[in-house]
Write a protein that binds this ligand. Sequence first.
Ligand SMILES: O=C(O)[C@H](O)[C@@H](O)[C@H](O)[C@H](O)CO
Ligand SMILES: [Mg+2]
Length: 403
Amino acid sequence: MKISDAYVIVTSPGRNFVTLKIVTESGTYGIGDATLNGREMAVVAYLEEHVIPALIGRDASRIEDIWHYLYRGAYWRRGPVTMAAVSAVDLALWDIKAKAAGMPLYQLLGGRSRERVMTYAHCTGKDIEGCLAEVEKHVKLGYRAVRVQAGVPGIPTIYGVAKREGERYEPADSELPAEHVWSTAKYLNHVPKLFAAVRERFGEELHVLHDVHHRLTPIEAARLGKAVEPYHLFWLEDCVPAENQESFRLIRQHTTTPLAVGEVFNSIHDYRELLENQWIDYIRTPLSHGGGITHVRRIADLASLYHVRTGFHGPTDLSPVCLGAAVHFDTWVPNFGIQEHMPHTAETDAVFPHDYRFEDGHFLVGEAPGHGVDIDEALAKQYPYKRASLPVNRLEDGTLWHW
Ligand SMILES: O=C(O)[C@H](O)[C@@H](O)[C@H](O)[C@H](O)CO
Ligand SMILES: [Mg+2]
């Protein structure tokens, strides 16, 4: 099972994706997602210059050893660029191992823990009414869980809402970072009304989620968590920037609203205090940023000791390769919570043929050997890379804030 070739494919069928393909002497190949939104080419350079040359000739079946070779062996540990590259290698190697075993990946991981994988949709509107219309649409599509975001009066642009009416929301919305404006006071006064309206219109059973996108201080997050308790959210996500894990102690002391964190984390060490102190309820790190299956399953195992469940990040800026592998992981992992789902464009789905399916608010895993996602390289070539950046956020007085 010697690795005979490896290369990176960059394609932009509506948005940028970076894919690593690893080929073995027998011809069996695997692919991994290495997309880091707005920083794609940094990962490409890391892979091409530092990782691929050292992979050629290695035994593809030694996934664990290769993981440590790339992680410890680099001397420079962790960080989103390094970990996106390590993740892509790891996902490709698990794909190869499962194909060589003739098994779908979830079987290799330990088999099925559930029949289907609950997923949540994004429902965003420029105001509360617009958001309710989106909820209505997604409930009709079968979703049992929705993430609700709405524009706030007095704030011109808002996270999660498409630039123009009728367009899809894409986080990296311009070539160089667009400048958004933020007011915590306006947001905090408005957002509880959104949850009240959703509960009033759709009743008690629908799972309702919300993403604060790192914008509050701990005491503001505590106030929000407390204020929305009557609407029993499934989770409140990224309510503060989480470099300081200790912030969550304060939030937790004040509220029973469940907390989700970690879409920007890439290591088990980012979670250690959060988990050991039982300050959070859901881990968000996707397989393509958290060191692949080899490392994320360690995080999930640690989380399980503290009743914490998975709720993997699943925006359009992770490719179908990441989503496909996630559906296998979600089908297996004992402490599964929910999977995010932001549908890819038809162009993206065509570039990445896959066998996972969406049905009645859930993902169903496929039975093809491997993680079940491939790449059509000829088609990928037709969509060249286009620089795209995430926005930055400023307070109304111009101070740079968290986006
Ligand atoms: O919960 C989410 O889905 C996220 O917050 C994303 O939409 C991010 O903003 C995006 O992944 C940044 O690239
Ligand atoms: Mg988020």
